[in-house]
Design a protein around this ligand. Sequence first.
Ligand code: NAD
Length: 496
Amino acid sequence: MTTIGHLINGEMINNDTRTQDVFNPATGEVTRKVALASKQTVEQAITAAEAAFPAWRNTPPIKRARVMFRFKELLEKNADKICQLIGQEHGKISHDAAGELQRGIENVEYACGAPELLKGEHSKNVGPNIDSWSEFQPLGVVAGITPFNFPAMVPMWMFPLAIVCGNTFILKPSERDPSSTLFIAQLLKEAGLPDGVMNVVNGDKEAVDTLLNDQRIKAVSFVGSTPIAEYIYATANANGKRCQALGGAKNHAIIMPDADMDNAVNQLLGAAFGSSGERCMALSVAVVVGDDAADTLIAKMTEGMKGLSVGDYSNANNDFGPVITSAHRDKVNGFIESAKEEGATVVVDGRNPEVAGFENGFFVGATLIDHVTQDMFSYQAEIFGPVLQVVRVKTMQEAMQLINDHEYGNGTCIFTRDGEAARYFSDNIQVGMVGINVPLPVPVAYHSFGGWKRSLFGDLHAYGPDGVRFYTKRKTITQRWPSSGVREGISFAFPS
Ligand code: NAD
């Protein structure tokens, strides 16, 4: 059986003793093993990245960008293979994997603008014969730690921008589905990236803790669950590193009584159940204003859910695939049971679906739960499965209060035909990414991605303009070239 190793200094390395099984979640079979990097292996990667930094830092931004242009072409050329690797280990259907890859490529396209992004700021004549400018210098060796649910896209939120900004990079992908991430990183070499600029270490807590504690790592980008995000942020900060740590979510959609209900239902079906609900922007709660609207929504959702098919990634007719592990399937099933025990109504119960030919897969079917309330454990937690909970409220204010009270603040949206209500909602809701009749308001690559509250620890969001700021440090230079023969007098006053 293949053991997936690490990419260090342009070479595949595989001499760690610890390994972990990688599953095909649709069949339940172990298909590969992944090496779990020891402290020594991670240190080898850091040494390589540190050695590659001086030359890469001094490579003109236009030349760094040209690597990304070639990388983008290679990603497009190899799209089918990448989607297949994602499907085999994550389980997401090919159309969903293709969408993820495309959003990743858009971050590469943004990074191709490096010369423009790094132009800096200039002011002439800030004083007599004095000019001042700010430039954005790379940090050095930076690290990225990523989750299982977007093995192609989330790493590409990080390394293309970090690299074109002149940094060298160490990526620690999810150990549950590492193959597509590693394959993508290998394409960078073909695109002309010098060895050591991009390194991948597979592994678990030991690898992460080594990155967090090594003084040579200057910054850490993390995406994953909130408890780990909080740990990463605290540890990185304690060690003097810059850190952005994106965490979990519970994304609510408000359904106003005036909404186009058929449209809202179609949007909810995709946003709640697509990718088995394993998206940090998945809509997991529908907050419906008024009982009439709620009854209509429940009836239409129930009807719409009859047509959904769950199954293997390779059949493009399937709507979504399995969840990532058997343990996660049991956890999702446990949340459904807990909602029932706490008095909610399970309208459509997707537990233990029959998937012909894939009886041992980690499947959960689409599930709809009505009469969910704020005090329920399953409402407070991130379920991260194909489960839509419905909370009934009387007013829009009540709906917004519910969202503002929740510990997470990643994404949210409102379905309405009322512009005034939509504007009030987007102005006042305590959430980082807001949709108006848009269920998954994932910002495009030239904006930045990030939640509020316990969905993000740190000041700067991921990718886009905030990404450039995160991966560079500002230096401001003030310069005077006195005219020949002119002597400046002594002054003890503060320069003004
Ligand atoms: P996770 O937190 O279990 O793992 C994320 C990364 O942290 C992995 O690389 C993993 O190896 C590492 N890790 C896990 N436990 C660790 C520990 N104890 N110490 C150090 N490192 C550790 O997350 P996951 O299950 O892979 O991904 C799903 C979660 O990610 C969900 O909560 C989802 O909402 C979140 N997510 C958030 C965003 C966002 O942008 N906010 C995007 C995608 C996923």
